[in-house]
Ligand binder design. Structure first.
Ligand SMILES: [Zn+2]
Length: 373
């Protein structure tokens, strides 16, 4: 007997097109790690700066090769070239605006962009001018695309603790104008966040938000410090928390007290699959602990880290997760809602984006494509 299936009842697997169309939320995207190669070339030409390559595609490939060397310190080398062309208000405004446009093209509806203002003072700007230029660019991008944003200001791990405090004060000073939190970035090894305690204490005293890069190039100790000493509300990466668990496949046999604490408290992990395999924080995608965390109820979120250096987009990160970890369309929706719940904008704004934008748009794609789950 022949069976015929009506098109409306045909179940579909998740496709790259569905992922691209799905509304997404980005919480960990470095401004200086996602610059358009063509913009780097334009700005370098303007200031007569030498670059190793002079066409956009080869330049992008050059950045990817530099990033993919299994070391966070080597991964970070490429940033010297992007930061070099981000030293004027015009350049910062342009790059911030283009960042929002690029995210919009990938159907990101809310994004938290981060950068370290201290790295943009080489040609005479002060910290306030730097932050205002980036905010102008983000606002312009929002006006053009409707993408909502929050800006996170980063201090650098290897810098003086007094500078970190200054950046923390800057973040709080701009909290009514688009800055939503404070982070500490840079090479983790040998630069523990607890050195910057005054900055974190300042942020906490002002009831503001903290995320900290931890558990990327260093183990659970770094994550413990970030949460328990510095007061992080979210963790950037958290990849090496896996060392605080006993696992069998994707099943957890035993959690250490830190892992239990993070799961119980619903502390979000901003996880970046491509970046982690390139820096060596994870050996391969298949062995990346994201899947173990996700299947066992940790609050995980997928992010890009650096779209240029890591040759990625948020859609690409989801596509990798679908291929390697069998995520369904419902998983993609859940991870996106997790991200929005974990955002640093206020609760009422998060709820509005979840119910007015994310849920209706997922429902519509579900209706159009009839995915398995
Ligand atoms: Zn990062």
């Amino acid at each position: 007997m022949q069976t015929t299936v009506e098109p409306a009842t045909v179940k579909t697997m998740v496709t790259d097109e569905m992922i691209r169309k799905a509304p997404k939320v980005e919480l960990h995207d470095h401004l200086d790690g996602g610059v358009r190669p063509s913009t780097i070339l334009d700005l370098a030409r303007e200031k007569r700066m030498e670059l190793p390559i002079d066409d956009p595609e080869s330049l992008a490939a050059w950045f990817h090769r530099g990033a993919d060397r299994k070391s966070l310190a080597l991964y970070l080398e490429g940033f010297a070239h992007t930061i070099a062309v981000m030293q004027t208000p015009e350049a910062l405004e342009r790059i911030a605006g283009e960042t929002v446009e690029d995210l919009a093209a990938d159907n990101v509806v809310y994004a938290e962009i981060r950068f370290a203002p201290i790295q943009h003072l080489k040609e005479g700007m002060n910290l306030e001018l730097v932050v205002e230029a980036v905010l102008r660019g983000l606002e312009r991008g929002k006006a053009a695309t409707g993408v909502e944003y929050g800006l996170i200001l980063c201090a650098m791990r290897d810098q003086d603790a007094a500078v970190s405090l200054e950046i923390a004060e800057l973040a709080v000073a701009y909290r009514e104008r688009g800055v939503v939190g404070f982070d500490i970035a840079g090479d983790e090894f040998g630069h523990p966040p607890k050195r910057h305690l005054d900055a974190f204490q300042y942020i906490r005293n002002r009831n503001f938000n903290i995320t900290i890069h931890a558990g990327e190039a260093f183990g659970p100790e770094s994550i413990w410090q970030a949460v328990q000493i510095c007061g992080a509300h979210r963790i950037g990466h958290g990849t090496r928390l896996i060392e605080d668990m006993v696992t069998h496949g994707t099943r957890i046999e035993k959690l250490g007290s830190l892992s239990n604490y993070l799961r119980d408290r619903r502390i979000p992990f901003e996880m970046c699959l491509s970046s982690n395999t390139q820096t060596g924080a994870a050996e391969s995608l298949d062995s990346h602990p994201f899947n173990i965390y996700y299947r066992n109820g940790f609050r995980v979120v997928l992010c890009t880290d650096n779209r240029l250096m890591s040759d990625t987009s948020l859609s690409h990160e989801f596509s990798l997760a679908v291929k390697h970890f069998n995520l369904t369309f419902r998983d993609i929706e859940k991870l996106t809602i997790n991200a929005m719940k974990s955002a640093f904008i206020h609760y009422d704004e998060r709820v509005r984006i979840i119910y007015d934008i994310l849920k209706p748009r997922y429902a519509k794609i579900r209706e159009e494509t009839n995915p398995y789950d």
